[in-house]
Design a protein around this ligand. Structure first.
Ligand code: SAH
Ligand code: SF4
Ligand code: F3S
Length: 474
């Protein structure tokens, strides 16, 4: 989940192009995963034709949208503290004779629904992740003082069918949601409840969206899904198969001229099929990076989590993937302190990390989520034990991440230049393994793929020098 935003990091909406004159100001704040980033961009696309243009601050905005995340308690609570700040700005606007509408979207909206309207009267409307195409209609209704302020239907197909075909792009990279929802029901997780059942978009629709992005200068697309490798979208017309898997989709997208890089996230180990593994070997467009959550190293805990695989099965899978793509950077997610996790169980997680070795990782303390089976399990682990285990795990993961990044020193890597960085004449881009990379160069390189020789590496980023000759290692 390390691309642009980490799961709990929040990201203010970026500025979008195509601003009609006499526009209303739209402020979107995004929490949670990349799928929310994609959804926020699409909400801006839906609202552009009715006169809303994005701004960077909620102060003075006509419409404020909080696109929320429910994955852990901390993520959900952030929304209420933000709503406290928004309330003051809304009062200020009203005192100046203006109006400010406040919408709560995303997974907290889906999970809590009306509860939000009760707890935070500042909120004018609440809409779940499958209702974004209805935003203009809902805003109109609220303006006319109709009482329909809640929209939490689960029609994923309609959402994608009714979204505008054009997208505002921002730079040479873009997210593209190809799958939504999850049928796995891991016992710790809210996603199956907030995003609903698994749904895959038809291949033709995905290809059209990818082509449109490339036509606007996008060179790298990250295919998104809560369980992206469970993708089984309707095959294009004139093809024999009924559905395509993710491997087939990636091979097909790789043929789009000008689309130089593909990534996908997030995968479930059980859906990592041979075809998809083979694509890592066969398609140079597919970047050598894979985010594959393990969560825990103990079989007892994996079973209680309902992950559907043992540690040995995960290890065998990694061996297969590394045989197909030896230099692949593997990243993962871990949860410490799941109910019933003993010190011995936790040690299995440390051993697993030692044994496999990860290039980057996200790790979290278990957070009991209302309505999930895990929250009702006996043996909840005390907070101080969770904190202590998380610190030990993160120490190990950080060490591995630094070691991986340092192993790149001296190598020449391809970097897709996204923009400028803080230093003088400094550019910023991403290496194939996803690390942010800083180097000196001319701004004319923005949007290009260049070769950079890595000279230094830290925990989260690389530094290097522009190479002009042909041929690199990645
Ligand atoms: N679809 C992804 C996960 C989405 S949530 C997958 O199947 O892997 C991202 C990560 O948040 C999960 O991998 C898990 O490590 C963490 N997470 C999910 N629910 C959690 C909870 N209740 N407490 C702590 N971490 C959680
Ligand atoms: Fe949540 Fe598990 Fe589905 Fe991932 S696979 S979204 S962790 S239920
Ligand atoms: Fe959060 Fe919903 Fe994504 S709970 S992680 S925003 S799917």
């Amino acid at each position: 989940m390390g691309h642009k935003t980490s799961v709990e990091a929040s990201k203010d909406s970026q500025s979008y192009k195509s601003k009609p004159a006499n526009t209303k100001k739209l402020f979107i704040k995004t929490y949670g995963c990349q799928m929310n980033v994609y959804d926020s961009e699409r909400m801006a696309d839906v609202l552009a034709p009715v006169g809303y243009a994005p701004v960077d601050t909620p102060d003075g905005a006509d419409l404020v949208v909080l696109n929320t995340c429910h994955i852990r308690e901390k993520a959900a609570e952030k929304v209420y503290s933000e709503l406290g700040r928004i309330r003051k700005l809304k009062e200020k606007s009203e005192a100046a004779g203006r109006t400010m509408k406040v919408a709560v979207a995303g997974c907290v909206a889906q999970a809590e629904g009306e509860e939000i309207l009760r707890r935070a009267p500042v909120v004018d409307l609440v809409l779940g992740p499958q209702s974004y195409h209805k935003l203009p209609e809902m805003i109109a209704k609220v303006s006319r003082q109709f009482e329909e302020r809640l929209e939490t239907d689960f029609d994923t197909e309609e959402k994608f069918d009714l979204m505008p075909r054009t997208r505002a792009v921002d730079g040479p990279t873009a997210f593209l949601t190809i799958q939504e929802g999850c049928d796995k029901f891991c016992t710790f997780c809210v996603v199956p409840y907030t995003r609903g059942a698994e749904f895959s978009r038809p291949v033709d629709q995905i290809v059209a969206e990818a082509r449109a992005l490339v036509a606007q200068g996008v060179r790298e697309i990250t295919l998104l899904g809560q369980n992206v490798n469970a993708f089984h979208g309707a095959a294009p017309k004139l093809e024999d198969d009924e559905n395509w898997g993710l491997g087939q989709l990636i091979s097909h997208l790789s043929k789009i001229g000008g689309l130089d890089r593909l990534r996908y996230t997030t995968s479930h180990p059980r859906d990592m099929d041979d075809e998809l593994i083979a694509v890592h070997k066969d398609e140079p467009t597919l970047m050598p990076y894979l985010h594959l959550p393990l969560q825990a190293g103990s079989d007892r805990i994996l079973k209680a989590m309902n992950r559907g695989h043992t540690y040995a099965e995960f290890k065998d899978l990694v061996v297969k993937i590394r045989a197909a793509k030896p230099e692949l950077a593997l990243s993962s997610d871990f949860i410490v302190g799941f109910p019933g996790e003993s010190e011995l169980d936790f040690k299995r997680t440390l051993e697993a990390v030692e044994e496999i070795g990860f290039a980057s990782s996200f790790s979290f303390k278990y957070s009991p989520r209302p309505g999930t089976p895990g929250a009702a399990l006996p043996g909840q682990v005390p907070e101080d034990v969770k904190s202590e285990r998380l610190a030990r795990l993160q120490k190990l993961l950080t060490r591995q991440q630094i070691a991986f990044n340092k192993s790149l020193i001296g190598k020449t890597l391809s970097v897709l230049v996204e923009g400028t960085s803080r230093g003088e004449n400094e550019l910023f881009g991403r290496a194939p393994y996803l690390q942010g990379t800083h180097f000196k160069g001319d701004t004319s390189l923005i949007g290009q793929i260049t070769l950079v020789k890595i000279t230094d590496a830290g925990q989260n980023s690389l530094r290097g020098e522009l190479v002009t000759k042909e041929g690199g290692d990645g």
